[in-house]
Design a binder for this molecule. Structure first.
Ligand code: KG4
Ligand code: ZN
Length: 358
């Protein structure tokens, strides 16, 4: 019988302070012993976005309590761990450093292996927290900092099919909420107020919809929302119409681009039957879930959405990625640095900035 592996995971890459203790069951599924997340919504609300220095200070204030609570809830002691995993990037350096350093310290004094996890790999492997998933699968990762289509071939093996050439999708939601004064955090508030509006009221642009493969672009859409928002004088029904039209445009873009990504995945892997996993904070959006589920029925693939609590940032996915890397002996030295940029596919072209050819 395979030995159970138990890891502490720590996540502080942005505005969630999180710690979790996860073990892998004999049959390869996850056993979530504890999963503690403290969100900093109140700290950042009045600024309408994450303020890095404030986020780092809040991580420092909370991290010890969060880790202690994770241990208490799990009823596991440090000695029983097989290793420690902490997010090493990508993210805000001042924030990453808090969790990464405390993770290294725990590993050092307990003499356990340490793994610096790529936050994106955490999201990519997160569906494994709920059920066993077969490689390869297609991943649509939509979060506050990233929007990409990837082939997940195995742990540590990724091929990027497309990415955003400007804003991330979560960022577009957050900025729309800010422009319309809908409150913070942006994504959930746009979703809530979109339900009250007419999604066909505004005709908004769908940037690069018919070109550039499954690469994505949201900057032009954001500018159009800004332009329209200036004309509506805070009138509530128009605001809701604009939120609904924005979300509807996002859905049209995702529908088309996911279709392209599915074709690319089938072409590259020669697999007709496969799973598309939609992960990251924006994957919590119900209208996006419905929209992509419709596509999956139409062109015949299986679609999986992690539970909402595993879509947003959490440390369960970091501990889980740690376990998966540990099993492949992908350990790190304690001098592994925090990284603000860290693509999963290191050979993928850099798709931002002037001179970009599509
Ligand atoms: O994965 P995540 O928690 O953090 C990053 O790694 O970035 O994603 C956060 C993003 C934020 O931009 C937030 O507004 C967005 O996910 N989000 C949503 C929803 N819930 C969270 N966007 C649209 N609809 C939602 N229901
Ligand atoms: Zn994330």
């Amino acid at each position: 019988m395979a030995k159970k592996i138990t890891f502490l995971g720590i996540e502080t890459s942005c505005d969630e302070t999180a710690a979790a203790i996860i073990s892998e069951n004999d049959n390869g599924t996850a056993n979530i012993l504890s999963n503690i997340v403290s969100s900093q919504i109140e700290e950042h609300k009045k600024f309408g976005g994450v303020v890095p220095e404030l986020a780092a200070r809040a991580h420092l204030e909370n991290i010890e309590y969060i880790i202690n609570t994770a241990f208490k809830e799990s009823k596991i002691s440090i000695n029983e761990l097989d290793g420690v995993a902490a997010t090493a990037g990508p993210g805000l350096i001042v924030c990453l450093t808090v969790g990464l350093n405390i993770g290294k310290s725990i590993a050092a004094f307990s003499n356990k292996p340490f793994i610096g996890v790529n936050h994106l790999e955490g999201h990519a492997l997160s569906p494994g927290l709920e059920k066993k998933i077969k490689f390869p699968y297609l991943l649509l990762l939509i979060s506050g900092g990233h929007s990409q289509f990837l082939i997940v071939k195995d742990v540590n093996k990724y091929e990027q099919l497309g990415t955003t050439i400007d804003d991330a999708l979560g960022e577009a939601f957050d900025k729309t909420a800010k422009m319309l004064n809908l409150g913070y955090p942006g994504g959930p508030s746009v979703e809530k107020f979109a339900k009250l509006g007419d999604k066909n009221f505004f005709k908004l642009p769908e940037p690069i919809i018919n070109k550039a493969g499954c690469n994505l672009s949201f900057a032009g859409l954001k500018t159009a929302v800004l332009r329209e928002s200036k004309k509506i004088n805070g009138e509530n029904n128009l605001k809701y119409n604009l939120a609904a039209s924005f979300q509807n445009t996002i859905n049209k873009i995702l529908y088309k681009k996911t279709k392209v990504a599915v074709e690319m995945f089938r072409e590259k892997t020669k697999k007709e039957n496969f799973q598309l996993i939609v992960a990251g904070g924006v994957a919590a959006n119900e209208s996006i879930r419905k929209n992509l589920s419709n596509l999956s029925k139409k062109i015949g693939f299986k679609i999986i959405f992690p539970k909402v609590k595993y879509c947003g940032d959490n440390a369960a996915m970091i501990a889980w990625a740690g376990i998966k890397r540990f099993k492949k002996n992908l350990l790190n030295e304690l001098n592994i640095p925090a990284r603000s940029r860290w693509p999963l596919d290191k050979d993928a072209p850099f798709m931002k900035g002037p001179g970009l050819k599509l």
